[in-house]
Design a protein around this ligand. Structure first.
Ligand code: NAP
Length: 257
């Protein structure tokens, strides 16, 4: 059960740290060959070297079409094809609406939404050739399910990923490729820590399971979507948040000791 990933090639974007790094480790531990993509050669190389032998790094920027074509070509050259793409690269700068510039909007949409679409497009021919192609997007609860002040542009990009996914799922089904999304709640990553200790603590207090998620919590869900056993699931969004989106009121949390 759940062993079909061994020997297959998984490309994980935004994997030099955080959730992407966790996904890469889970896939490598399950026997996959993993291409770690991030913008700098050093960070991708350091992450891949620290995680094991069946991983390697490649520097590419998902906002750029040629860069995406280059990482897809590198995966094919190194590992003989692409079986799984985890389109995970993303940024989450906090800016309130009144301060949001056109540049802020463009940067977030270019990385999180356009970057997702370009990554999928670049890997499509190889995914189709594999005969069991799998795409897993890292979306978020923020946007598709919840909101947070300062994250309106981010929320739009994360909800946009799901809109993209549903139509793509229809186009990809005849090619034998599935596409699904994971929607993490608050996960302990370098990026989340950069939002400050107050944010981290308030998030922790709002999670019924009592702790932030780990990058492997997200990695295991991605691994399931990548298996042969998940071949009949496509176009779906899975929330992984320790119950964070469940309480319907503050007392639902505070009176639940
Ligand atoms: P993180 O710790 O900041 O890591 C982000 C990764 O993305 C890094 O490896 C970064 O590497 C890479 N990256 C950024 N821009 C890139 C680009 N243009 N091209 C290629 N790689 C790029 O973030 P995280 O917390 O792990 O979040 C990862 C994903 O999960 C994002 O899509 C985020 O929206 C989503 N998410 C996170 C949380 C959370 O609580 N942490 C919750 C919900 C959803 P370089 O800087 O070296 O390029």
């Amino acid at each position: 059960m759940f062993s079909s990933i061994a020997g297959r090639c998984a490309v994980v974007t935004g994997a030099s740290r955080g959730i992407g790094r966790g996904i890469a480790k889970v896939f490598a531990d399950a026997g996959a060959n993993v291409l770690i993509v991030s913008r700098t050669e050093e960070s991708a190389a350091v992450a891949s070297a620290n995680l094991g032998e069946n991983l390697s790094g490649f520097a590419a920027d998902v906002t750029d079409q040629e860069s995406c074509a280059a990482f897809a070509a590198a995966a094919e050259e190194r590992y003989g094809g692409i079986d799984v793409l985890c389109a995970n690269a993303g940024i989450f700068p906090v800016t309130r609406l009144e301060d949001l510039s056109v540049g802020d909007i463009d940067t977030v949409l270019a990385t999180n939404l356009k970057g997702t679409i370009l990554s999928v497009k670049a890997c499509l021919p190889a995914l189709e050739r594999s005969g069991h192609g799998r795409v897993i997007l890292t979306s978020s609860i923020t946007g598709p399910v919840t909101g947070y002040p300062g994250l309106s542009h981010y929320g739009a990009s994360k909800a946009g990923q799901l809109g993209f996914m549903r139509s793509a799922a229809l186009e990809l089904a005849p090619k034998g490729i599935t596409i699904n999304a994971v929607l993490p709640g608050n996960v302990e990553t370098e990026g989340l820590r950069e939002m400050g200790e107050d944010y981290r603590r308030s998030m922790e207090a709002s999670i019924p399971m009592g702790a932030l998620g780990t990058s492997s919590d997200i990695g295991y869900a991605c691994l399931f979507f990548a298996t042969d056993e998940a071949s009949y699931i496509t176009g779906q969004a899975l929330i992984i948040d320790g119950g964070q989106t469940l309480p319907e009121s503050l007392p639902a949390m505070t009176d639940n000791a």
